[in-house]
Design a protein around this ligand. Structure first.
Ligand SMILES: NC(=O)c1ccc[n+]([C@@H]2O[C@H](COP(=O)([O-])OP(=O)(O)OC[C@H]3O[C@@H](n4cnc5c(N)ncnc54)[C@H](O)[C@@H]3O)[C@@H](O)[C@H]2O)c1
Length: 266
């Protein structure tokens, strides 16, 4: 531990993992705590948040588990109040919640589209709605949002609502950076490519390959110049930089962590 986030309070959404192993939010919450942050670990699934909190406590860090569905305005407002009650401030807002459902305009029911936009985009709007005034009062803060390669490129998996929402999130983040720069609030995005999180086995292998995990791993790795998927720590370390004061002049940017996929042309 090098104390890169000493004296900071970090609110991490989706701080658990959908299944055993390291999801992006879980690794980020634990890494932030290792670097000295007090972590307010938020998840819709209370056991997932508590598991992350226990991991943090087990390493001697400081964390609190909190159940919230970040697509619900009143719950998000209460979440921010609970974080302030627990730790007195919010220096870092890390928006990690998100996920895809396959389909496009012809086959995707309207309610699924609406749910996807709420899950991947409105959730970020809501957390920012309630956290930014806190950061303004404090004189600054750092917002780190987790988008996806799918928000930059069509990867071949057709999940149009997810792609639109993740693209929207990136530009929403840039507008925050410009609007709130004068208030010393930075806003940036981490853009993961294919990441080998528990989600890949738990949901994506069924969603895209009838449960054939090996086939999905092979397909997800094949076109990556680095030859393999990333892991949750790749996302966590990029988020750590953007959340820390080392990134004091970095705002309105994206850090792409994709093993070179977006640099490729074929
Ligand atoms: N895994 C990948 O390959 C990959 C690639 C690119 C981007 N991403 C992005 O990374 C992020 C995290 O991915 P992951 O694979 O770690 O996810 P994950 O599915 O493991 O989810 C993390 C946690 O979010 C929680 N959650 C779900 N809905 C919630 C809600 N409404 N409110 C609060 N918590 C909620 C879940 O309970 C889970 O514990 C997502 O935004 C995803 O789009 C993932």
């Amino acid at each position: 531990m090098t104390g890169r986030l000493n004296d900071k309070v970090a609110l991490v959404t989706g701080a658990g993992s959908i299944a055993p192993g390291w999801g992006n939010g879980k690794a980020t919450a634990v890494l932030f705590a290792r670097e000295g942050a007090k972590v307010f670990a938020v998840d819709k699934n209370p056991e997932a948040a508590e598991e992350t909190q226990a991991l943090i406590a087990g390493e001697g860090g400081t964390g609190t588990a909190h159940q919230t569905d970040v697509t619900e305005n009143e719950q998000v407002e209460a979440m921010v109040e609970a974080c302030l009650k627990a730790f007195g401030r919010i220096d870092i807002l890390h928006n990690n919640v998100g996920g895809s459902v396959p389909g496009g305009p012809v086959d995707m029911p309207e309610d699924v589209w609406d749910e996807q936009i709420a899950y991947n985009l409105k959730s970020v709007f809501l957390t920012c709605k309630h956290v930014i005034p806190v950061m303004e009062r404090q004189g600054g803060g750092a917002i780190v949002n987790v988008s996806s390669l799918a928000g930059l490129r069509h990867t071949g998996h057709y999940h149009a609502a997810y792609e639109a929402a993740k693209a929207g999130m990136m530009h929403f983040t840039r507008t925050l950076a410009v609007e709130y720069g004068p208030k010393n609030i930075r806003a940036n995005t981490v853009v993961p490519g294919h990441v080998f999180t528990p989600l890949v086995e738990h949901r994506l292998a069924k969603q895209y390959r009838g449960g054939d995990l090996d086939n999905l791993i092979e397909e997800r790795s094949r076109d990556i110049p680095m030859g393999r998927m990333g892991d949750a720590w790749d996302v966590a370390y990029a988020a750590l930089y953007l959340a820390s004061d080392e990134a004091k002049n970095a705002t309105g940017i994206e850090i792409i962590v994709d093993g070179g996929v977006t640099a490729k042309c074929d």
